[in-house]
Design a binder for this molecule. Structure first.
Ligand code: B12
Ligand code: SF4
Ligand code: SF4
Length: 361
């Protein structure tokens, strides 16, 4: 089976590996400390023990077939400076669908040789994808906390089949991929990567673009013009140089989105236009909030009126980021406008406006 799996992987042009390690309780202390330090986030299962054994998801699990689906070949940041940016993983069809499709194709091919039960996992289960794929030899952790494959770098989407059959595995080499390199630690825009490796999720800009929680004021400038995700620690990584230097037919300018349009787009139009992208899962209002932050960071004064109109939005979230953005565009004008609005707002919004004005952004 091992040879068959490898051959199918090779023919499909994907990174493939097998693991018989199903128990990850050796990560327990790391995970508990991570939670204690508040480095975890709401996009993960909060029950740590549940995450630490593949059998909690598939009790009959005996072996795992993991894959890494490369993407981002030839990517360059679109040279459209007054647009918002989506991360590279948002290019084209939602990667969850692509990886699932490949896993199911793989399972169908394997079923010709042997009957087996399986479930396909990509991103959304409570298990820890990176750890599972690491034990299957897909890659090793970089300091940016991502799994780096020796040929394809870190631009790989991870997925795996939990199976009820035992498949022989190769021994996995543990490699220190980074050595003395600290480029990503130095270039991460919000200082989210620890010098010794690993990240504080709550500081990661990818997290900030997705959360509905309050974004600390001191992080907002560092978000630049990101509408969804962040790629900085991967773009600067020497391990991705070859992949990024490849020729490509992909039109990555599609990852640059119109900020003015995002302010006025309807829910229906949003789903039609962006609904098929991996980055759209948090919905229009989160993108709109990020657009307000981007407009402020880019000092797009021509959109002053449009941003001001958002102070009348029914969403409290939109109002408070519109206020921040307006202050970035024209502090004096914005202060007058916000003072006049105070009497109409509830306590929450009022105290946020006062805080922003006091800070004198
Ligand atoms: C929650 C989550 C996030 C959070 C937290 C990210 C994180 N680092 O864990 C946020 C929102 C920030 C995020 C962002 C992104 N994510 Co995300 N995310 C997840 C999710 C759902 C769970 C991750 C998790 O459980 N982390 C828990 C802990 C255990 O991981 P950890 O803190 O990194 O700790 C491990 C390592 O860092 C390492 N480690 C710790 N210290 C040290 C020190 C050194 C020196 C070294 C070498 C290693 C090391 O050991 C730890 C134990 O395994 C997974 C899908 C899944 N179900 O697993 C996707 C996943 C991790 N995300 C993915 C991607 C692509 C991204 C983004 C690139 C998207 C984007 N462009 O914006 C960014 C990258 C940010 C980054 N630098 O990590 C991919 C990763 C692919 C890869 N090549 O590794 C995954 C696996 C989804 C998938 N199936 O493809 N994500
Ligand atoms: S994704 Fe961006 S913010 Fe997050 S660790 Fe990487 S560079 Fe830092
Ligand atoms: S930039 Fe350097 S330190 Fe960061 S993940 Fe890549 S090789 Fe490791």
């Amino acid at each position: 089976m091992k040879e068959i799996v490898k051959e199918i992987g090779y023919n499909l042009g994907i990174k493939i590996g097998i693991s018989n390690i199903l128990d990850y309780s050796y990560l327990s202390e790391f995970m508990i400390n991570r939670e204690k330090n508040n480095y975890n986030c709401e996009f993960e299962e909060q029950n740590i023990n549940k995450r630490l054994n593949a059998k909690n998801l598939f009790p009959q699990c005996k072996s795992i077939i993991a894959i890494g689906l490369p993407y981002g070949s030839g990517y360059k940041i679109p040279s459209l400076p007054y647009k918002g940016l989506l991360s590279v993983s948002s290019y084209g069809e939602d990667y969850h669908r692509k990886v699932n499709f490949t896993l199911n194709k793989l399972a169908k091919k394997l079923e010709k040789y042997r009957d087996f039960e399986h479930i396909a996992c990509v991103d959304t289960t409570f298990l820890i994808d990176k750890e599972i794929c690491k034990t299957a030899g897909i890659g090793n952790y970089g300091k940016n906390s991502l799994l780096i494959n020796n040929l394809k770098g870190s631009f790989i989407n991870l997925g795996y089949l939990l199976t009820n059959i035992e498949i022989e595995t190769d021994s996995i080499e543990r490699v220190d991929v980074c050595g003395q390199c600290k480029i990503c630690v130095r270039t991460c825009p919000n200082g989210a990567i620890f010098p010794q490796g690993g990240i504080n999720s709550k500081k990661c800009i990818s997290y900030l673009t997705q959360t509905k929680n309050y974004i600390p004021i001191e992080y907002r400038e560092n978000m630049g013009r990101q509408i969804y995700g962040c790629d900085v620690c991967q773009l600067v990584c020497p391990k991705n140089k070859d992949v990024l230097n490849k020729e490509t037919n992909s039109d990555y300018s599609k990852l640059a989105v119109d900020l003015e349009e995002l302010l006025s787009i309807s829910n229906k139009e949003f789903s039609k236009r962006y609904g098929s992208l991996a980055g759209s899962w948090r919905g229009r209002n989160v993108w709109k909030r990020n657009a307000l932050i981007s407009i402020g960071n880019l000092r797009m004064k021509s959109l002053f009126q449009e941003v001001k109109d958002e102070l009348s939005n029914s969403s409290e979230m939109i109002k408070i980021y519109a206020a921040w953005s307006l202050l970035k565009l024209d502090k004096n004008l914005a202060v007058d406008i916000l003072y006049n609005k105070l009497k109409y707002e509830n306590e929450n919004v009022k105290s946020e406006y006062l805080k922003l004005m006091e800070l004198g952004l």
